[in-house]
Design a protein around this ligand. Structure first.
Ligand code: ADP
Ligand code: ZN
Ligand code: ZN
Length: 748
């Protein structure tokens, strides 16, 4: 017997078995209900035992001879099992972002691994709160940093996780022994169901929202209670009280019996942040993070599925927490690059959150001090509801910002990397025993060429993106492949001070030590933070004032609060401005805004020096003025002019191969067939490239790119499907692999 349609079914939802599907025939009566994600009952094995499975694929062709294919026994309708939503979500992700169904399933399904219950050690306060407070004041007077930190934490929560204390708070064993010997704490081990957050709900009263916060929370809750579902964007500077609004809305959503997912970038997922949620919501909160083992993560999914928790906090992957009754997804710092997956399917958490909310009747809140252009545009167009908070809740004075023109420094014969202004301020702060952060904007830096006399940067005339220098004095555009020779003199002013731009953190550290031999300097970059905990160690050493100056990459501008930092120096704001991709100005604006926000958090007023060759560039002036709107408008003009997102959509096809010739052939042939396809179909898509990727070779693999732009996302999905099929079926590209990225956030 043959069937009109066949279904691929997974039987066992465990991570190892996701790629094993079985094909069944769909009897006529189920043709309309047998959709992707549907739970089914099928005969299995020799005895045709009835077991449950899920449909993950549909086709009209049998993979075996038809008499070997069994029919689906039953499609279970309206079974609200969580797997159905997630399987459908996986299918949607595969369609929307590329890759295989298995890639997508592995992204949305929690890892199933047999796990043993773990012994956990805790530190428990063994004296009264009074006594602890007295002790705290005593130790504070004596300046016993470590003891003060532990007492502070214990005064907030009486039970602490041992590792959080030793690693998170950086407290040594000998300090703990002193506490134990004096009967102030007990250290206990107990077997427990793994709850990664330890401590107790202090029952602390929530803050009273100010008028603006209350208005926003009320609007959102009002929509929610009326059954209206929207996506909200809260644009508010750091410290403007967004998190308090989230918590207010969360408490209403969980009071209605639903659950909540809160996404926070991994780097901001600190003890302090999580603890705020814990203090308010207690045991019903859990977290996921990358330091947890697969087993620990699986435990947490299981707890969510069983209904033991209401709130899951975590990075991108927490989006797939299997809550049965999801009500709300919050994405804090929604502009962060880490919300875009770097592995296939290369999805963006914001898009997936909105889709998941749509499937489950939930809604989404996005928050940021510097929203992505994509989100802000949707806020303005009304696709999202936009709220703005423009004041900090605590009236900390905003820092004073100086923009220094490096061309002028050169004219004044100052060849040092420190401008006169920065040097003067550094001396002043060191004298006052205050702290300094020096920040090098190096992310995505790829060797652009500029003139040190006039600041002119050599750009691609087709793409308006900085060309990057390669060996043999070649300058290349990584979007379209345009090439030219490195000129000897500046095309704009004739100066011969023209060179590849670049300063490393190590170099800066060296120069700081030379200029300020008495200052204590710490450096933080990918080299010094390789070890586990290296990042926390450096930051907490700096927080303890064990150094006067912290030199680092963008890592240092996030997360931590340093009350003694009164000066932030940005050595070369331009570095990220010409990073070779269309988001360079946006990233620069975000980084500068964040860096500026680091200075003067508390009593000490802050100053910021931005050194640049382009003091007039809007990403720099807007950041210096704290004017998001100005930045947005300028940047949107550029995106519209050049058809970059969000004015249009971009599809990147990345072709990689071990053999250089093969990579070149494949990308050239790929370019041809794509051009043909676009012409034959009469599409308006623009093809850019082929070109070598900006990282043209990595780990002996050659990398080539093609970009396709179109105003309509769905057209790009069609182009992707066509190219995927062509690539898989042509038989010519066995040695190559192909990946897609929609609206990429990385430099390829
Ligand atoms: P954001 O999430 O925008 O950075 P937060 O919600 O973390 O801002 O608020 C910054 C600080 O101000 C926090 O310490 C918070 O507890 C406090 N805060 C926020 N709103 C209020 C309020 N209405 N009353 C008192 N303190 C508040
Ligand atoms: Zn010049
Ligand atoms: Zn170009």
């Amino acid at each position: 017997m043959s069937y009109q349609k066949y279904a691929d079914i997974i039987i066992d939802i465990s991570h190892e078995n996701l790629d094993k599907t079985y094909q069944y025939g769909i009897p006529e009566e189920f043709l309309s209900t047998a959709v992707i994600g549907a739970p089914v009952e099928v005969p299995f094995g020799l005895g045709n035992r009835r077991i449950n499975g899920y449909i993950v694929g549909l086709s009209s062709e049998p993979k075996l001879s038809v008499d070997k294919i069994k029919p689906i026994h039953r499609v279970m309708e309206k079974d609200p099992v969580i797997e159905s939503h997630l399987i459908y979500l996986a299918y949607w992700m595969k369609e929307t972002f590329g890759g295989t169904m298995i890639d997508a399933l592995k992204t949305v399904m929690p890892v199933k691994k047999a796990v043993k219950l773990k012994e956990k050690r805790h530190i428990i306060l063994a004296v009264s709160e009074e006594e602890a407070r007295t002790l705290y004041l005593e130790q504070k007077k004596k300046n016993n940093g470590a003891r003060v930190r532990l007492l502070e934490a214990l005064l907030k929560t009486e039970v602490l996780d041992y590792n959080e204390v030793t690693e998170g708070l950086n407290i040594s064993r000998s300090v703990l022994r002193w506490f134990e010997d004096n009967g102030i704490i007990r250290i206990e081990s107990r077997q427990m169901y793994r709850n990664p957050i330890n401590g107790q709900n202090s029952g602390k009263k929530p803050v009273v929202l100010n008028e603006k916060q209350q208005y926003i929370a009320d609007q959102i809750i009002d929509d929610y209670s009326r059954g209206n579902r929207y996506t909200y964007l809260i644009h508010g500077v750091t410290g403007s009280g967004k998190t308090e609004i989230y918590m207010e809305v969360i408490s209403r959503v969980i009071a209605s019996g639903k659950q909540v997912i809160v996404l926070i970038p991994e780097i901001a997922l600190t003890y302090q942040t999580v603890n705020r949620f814990y203090e308010r919501f207690g045991e019903r909160v859990s977290i996921l993070n990358s330091r947890m083992s697969d087993g620990e993560r699986y435990d947490q999914s299981l707890r969510a599925k069983k209904g033991e928790i209401d709130i899951m906090i975590g990075p991108r992957s927490a989006l797939f927490t299997p809550f049965k009754n999801l009500g709300l997804i919050i994405i804090d710092e929604e502009h962060e690059g880490s919300y875009k997956s770097e592995i296939t399917p290369k999805y963006h958490a914001v898009d997936v959150a909105i889709k998941r909310a749509e499937l489950t009747g939930a809604f989404v809140i996005l928050g940021s001090a510097t929203p992505s252009l994509e989100s802000y545009q949707k806020g303005l167009s009304g696709e999202y509801k936009l709220f703005t908070l423009d004041k900090r809740t605590k009236e900390a004075a905003l820092p004073k910002i100086y923009v220094v023109d490096l061309r002028e420094e050169l004219r004044q014969k100052n060849r040092s990397i420190f401008s006169r202004k920065l040097k003067d301020l550094m001396e002043e702060k060191l004298k006052k025993n205050e702290q300094i952060m020096l920040f090098i904007n190096r992310r995505g830096y790829s060797g652009f060429v500029s003139c040190r006399s006039c600041g002119h940067v050599i750009k691609c005339s087709h793409c308006d993106i900085a060309l990057t220098s390669h060996i043999h004095g070649k300058l290349i555009c990584h979007y379209c492949g345009y090439e030219e020779k490195m000129p000897n003199i500046c095309q704009a002013c004739g100066s011969k001070y023209i060179a590849t731009f670049g300063t490393g953190t190590q170099k800066v550290e060296e120069l700081v030590k030379r200029e300020f031999p008495h200052a204590r300097v710490l450096r933080m970059d990918t080299d010094t933070t390789k070890t586990k905990g290296g990042y926390e160690e450096i930051l907490s050493a700096f927080a303890r004032h064990e150094a006067d100056i912290l030199v680092g990459t963008q890592m240092i501008v996030k997360g931590h609060d340093f009350p003694l930092v009164s000066l932030v120096g940005i050595i070369a704001a331009d570095l990220s401005l010409y990073a070779g991709d269309f988001r360079a100005a946006e990233r620069t604006f975000q980084l500068l805004s964040q860096a500026a926000g680091r200075a003067g958090r508390d009593a000490v007023p802050g100053e910021v020096v931005i050194q640049t060759y382009h003091p007039e560039h809007y990403s720099i002036t807007a950041a210096a003025e704290g004017n998001y709107r100005k930045f947005f408008e300028q940047e949107m003009m550029f995106r519209k002019l050049m058809h970059y997102p969000p004015a249009a959509h971009i599809l990147l096809a990345l072709i990689t191969a071990k053999d250089e010739e093969e990579a070149d052939l494949a990308v050239a042939r790929g370019g041809e067939v794509l051009k043909e396809y676009i012409n034959n179909k009469g599409l308006k898509s623009r093809l850019i490239g082929p070109a070598p990727a900006s990282i043209a070779k990595a780990k002996d693999i050659y990398r080539r790119v093609i970009y396709i732009k179109d105003g309509d996302y769905n057209v790009l999905v069609e182009v992707k499907n066509f190219f995927e099929d062509f690539f898989a079926n042509s038989g010519q590209f066995a040695g190559c692999s192909l990946q897609f990225d929609f609206n990429p956030m990385n430099v390829y």
